[in-house]
Design a protein around this ligand. Sequence first.
Ligand SMILES: [Zn+2]
Length: 120
Amino acid sequence: MTNAIQRTELRTFYYTPVHCPFCGTRVMGADPVDETLITACPHTLFIAHDTAFEYRSERFDRNLDLHGLSDQEVEERWRGEAGGVDGFTNQVTLADAIKVAAYAPEPSPYGSYYGFAPTE
Ligand SMILES: [Zn+2]
């Protein structure tokens, strides 16, 4: 049996202070000057929005067989999924992987997705 990533959904703002559940690193919004900067820790698998990936780790690329693909080829992969980036990142099978999906308030359906997994 494959381990599906555990998904947690938050109805919160885009720049929510998401922290890694394994080491506590604040991966988004940690920089007071530029809140859009990301700070990936060793557990971060991916950071994405509905429109693009901002960060993909080696482990994520290996797990979803993206290794060696260009950013454009990766985009073609997830755009071909029914659920877009959200559905695509649900396919992660790394052990104990956790995903946080944070959505902007209604009526905007805009989502941000953060994936984490313990290091091996
Ligand atoms: Zn971490």
